[in-house]
Design a protein around this ligand. Sequence first.
Ligand code: FAD
Ligand code: SIN
Length: 535
Amino acid sequence: MIHQADYLVIGSGIAGLFFALKASESGSVIVLTKKDRAESNTNYAQGGISAVLAPDDSFDEHVRDTLIAGAGLCKRDIVEITVHNAPDVIKELTEFGTRFTKKKGKLDLGREGGHSHHRIVHAHDLTGKEIERALLTALSKKKNVRLLEHSMVVELITEHHFAVRKGTQKKRTPKNPTCYGAYAFNNQTHDVEMFVASTTMLASGGCGQIYAHTTNPQIATGDGIAMAYRAGAVIANMEFIQFHPTTLYHPKAQSFLISEAVRGFGGILRNSSGERFMERYDERLELAPRDVVARSIDSELKKRGDDCVYLDLTHLPAENVREHFPNIYKTCLDFSIDITKDLIPVVPAAHYCCGGVQTDNNGATSITNLYACGEVSCTGLHGANRLASNSLLEGVVFAKRAIKHITLHPKKSIPTDIVKKIKPWDDTETYNNEEWVLLQHDRKELQNVMWDYVGIVRSKLRLQRALRRVNLLQKEVEEFFKRTRVTEETLELRNMITVAWLVIKSAQLRKESRGLHYMSDYPLPNDSSIKDTLL
Ligand code: FAD
Ligand code: SIN
């Protein structure tokens, strides 16, 4: 079955939804999303969106804070574009119906690590859920938008998928491919369908699931990065995986996030002896950038042989804590932890991918007609470490820039003769395999390898070990993929392995420590390495 539209959007998080809303003003839109429409990293975002709105704050200071966190690798022009657009982003999200928390009629501004001012706009501690609700409601009113749930994109369509003419020896795949849309697996019919569009926007989010412990939901398997890499796109800076310092340590909590806004509100980190250990690591204490706090916790745990550290809010007025963090309060209470009276046991977990599909300052990738925005992309904003609450912001800023760029340079619809050339998905000689237990096992093995060898602290030896194991998994899963009919599980595992490989390879290429990438063999930064890692 062939579906056609002017715009094909892959993903229904903040980036995909914002792009779809804007794109619907100039053409027909299909949004594909692999689970329920709201299921995304966006839906779990807690802290908020950074924007200079306080009278004593300035764009220069937001730019400076972003550059400091990014440890020399941010692209200054991209940082400036993003920071200067932030107040408008808040205005537009509000116009689309987002209800941000206000105090005395004004937006309540929180503070997070690495920020020199209060500038985090939020909806209590459920900011992402509120944004998803508002954007999905706004999108449901658009007549020329089709949002298809449980449609998992399998591959981007490029010349590589053109049928070979009889008598031609081999397929000609150009050096600079063009994207014509995507193949997607329909989880209801179990068929792979073809979606053709003159512009494809990749907004498929991050890859936290490649790690055993992550704040990211199940959808975050790095599909977009893997598919773009297979299609020939340039992938940048994958070594910079951000670990959030504070997720709830509890056997049943599955790395539930304790927002950085809690530390911004006055939360103190203590070790098992009750000591405020951050005093020994950084003068900015609990509000140092995330890489510093996560590494300090890691070092404290290893030195003391402890399983977790503790976040202490017991000195703060209980009523204020409950009012500001209703979701965190309730969730912890479900695990018998009253955060107004008890210390919260916390550990770091994989949280955010600073690298991704490289784009220019309009969201265009190295593949013609393929754009990317949100966590899947690498615009140059975050450099070697993302400043808290700059991610939701980036998704909207680059969705807006992309649609502006596309409408200024309108694309023709894909000609019928090209559509005819695209081969339907070929699943002949594949069969239903019942050995799902093997896939489950491989997924867990990959997550453990990445956690143990490619985590907060890395070394040459650990990376070599990880690569050997991931290469083996890749071989096994590729063979399995070729033999069996498409399923979500196989597709995800295949993508996760590719993304893990990209992270390890990038980490091996960076022979220094910078931002989130800490190598015990090269503990210091080396300024001759101030460049992007490209694969
Ligand atoms: P997502 O919101 O992850 O959306 C990706 C979409 O793509 C999903 O709909 C998914 O189903 C779909 N998809 C993926 N693969 C496929 C496929 N193969 N086929 C079809 N669809 C696919 N950032 C901040 O700035 N502030 C915060 O306070 C904050 N808090 C966070 C808290 C948590 C717990 C987490 C996990 C992240 C947080 N972040 C925060 C980061 C931020 O939420 C994400 O970076 C951002 O939401 C990414 O948005 P996105 O639209 O790019 O991707
Ligand atoms: C948080 O609330 O701590 C997450 C903020 C972010 O990831 O930007």
